[in-house]
Design a protein around this ligand. Structure first.
Ligand code: NAP
Length: 259
């Protein structure tokens, strides 16, 4: 099979994007499919995952949905990765994007809230990496992109659990890059900042941003909010063949809000 994904080989490449049913993940999944990867769209929301896969297929791309899968459940993750392997072959590109936000004064964060955020944002990527890295080692080629958060650069009051989970994801990224670089696998992280998605609008509606998205855009250096496609474009580069010398890096895409 001729590979159309920008990878320079004739082997078909499969991408798995978590949280692919909405916002940034949706844009990444559509971009991976458009770039020529057979793309698996994993999301807790079954209908959303199916809708995105269908959208990609309508454009003539190869995509499947992994709906109703919770990244914080190792058994569900393992079963989903196996499903992709059977349908499309080994998963050689993994984008850990699914994430859960939280907003609470530190002293009021419950054990449950802490555990849930850490489970989705950090244990999820841990399970997915353990499930897919063996595929990449076998192929001698792999790409992992972890979607962290600009809040891990700066810290963010009332989001201690979220920021701690995303900072952990950056540490996971750097350590995996060192361990698996010799196997042809690159691991990088994109910390997005202020990207106009349902998650951001949800925070706006609950008054958690302090201002409207539009007002914040006016004081953002590039004078606009981020678009999910901005993150997808960076991701597209990081999973390409030509990014083979880029690993262990934190590639901020935030309109200049964090430098
Ligand atoms: P979003 O619109 O809320 O999309 C997140 C998607 O992930 C949703 O479809 C959600 O499904 C899914 N998801 C949540 N928990 C999951 C789980 N346990 N297993 C599988 N799927 C799950 O959010 P977004 O703004 O695109 O954010 C994407 C990523 O970027 C997140 O990791 C977020 O932390 C990070 N980020 C975003 C921004 C920003 O400005 N938007 C800034 C920094 C970092 P449900 O809707 O069913 O929950």
């Amino acid at each position: 099979m001729t590979d159309t994904a920008n990878t320079g080989t004739t082997q078909r490449r499969t991408a798995l994007v978590t949280g692919g049913g909405s916002g940034i993940g949706r844009a990444i999944a559509l971009r991976m499919a458009a770039d020529g990867f057979a793309t698996a769209v994993l999301d807790l929301n079954k209908e959303a995952a199916e809708a995105v896969a269908q959208e990609a297929r309508k454009k003539g791309h190869e995509a499947m949905a992994l709906g109703g899968v919770d990244v914080s459940d190792r058994a569900q993750v393992d079963a989903a990765v196996q499903e992709v392997r059977i349908a499309y072959g080994p998963v050689l590109v993994l984008v850990n994007n699914a994430g859960k936000t939280g907003f609470k004064e530190f002293l009021n964060i419950t054990d449950d809230a802490w555990d849930t955020i850490l489970a989705v944002n950090l244990s999820g990527p841990f399970y997915l990496c353990q499930a897919t890295i063996p595929h990449m080692i076998e192929a001698g080629w792999g790409r992992i992109v972890n979607i962290s958060s600009s809040s891990a650069h700066s810290g963010q009051q009332y989001m201690t659990h979220y920021v701690a989970s995303k900072s952990g994801l950056i540490g996971l990224t750097k350590s995996l890059a060192l361990e698996f670089g010799p196997k042809g696998i690159t691991v990088n992280t994109i910390p997005p900042g202020f990207v106009d998605t349902p998650m951001l609008r949800g925070s706006e509606q609950r008054g958690l941003l302090g201002h409207s998205v539009e007002d914040i855009a006016k004081v953002t250096p590039v004078r606009r909010a981020g678009r999910p496609e901005d993150i997808a474009a960076a991701c597209s580069f990081l999973v390409s063949e030509e990014a083979g010398y880029v690993t262990g890096q934190v590639i901020g895409v935030n309109g200049g809000r964090n430098t």
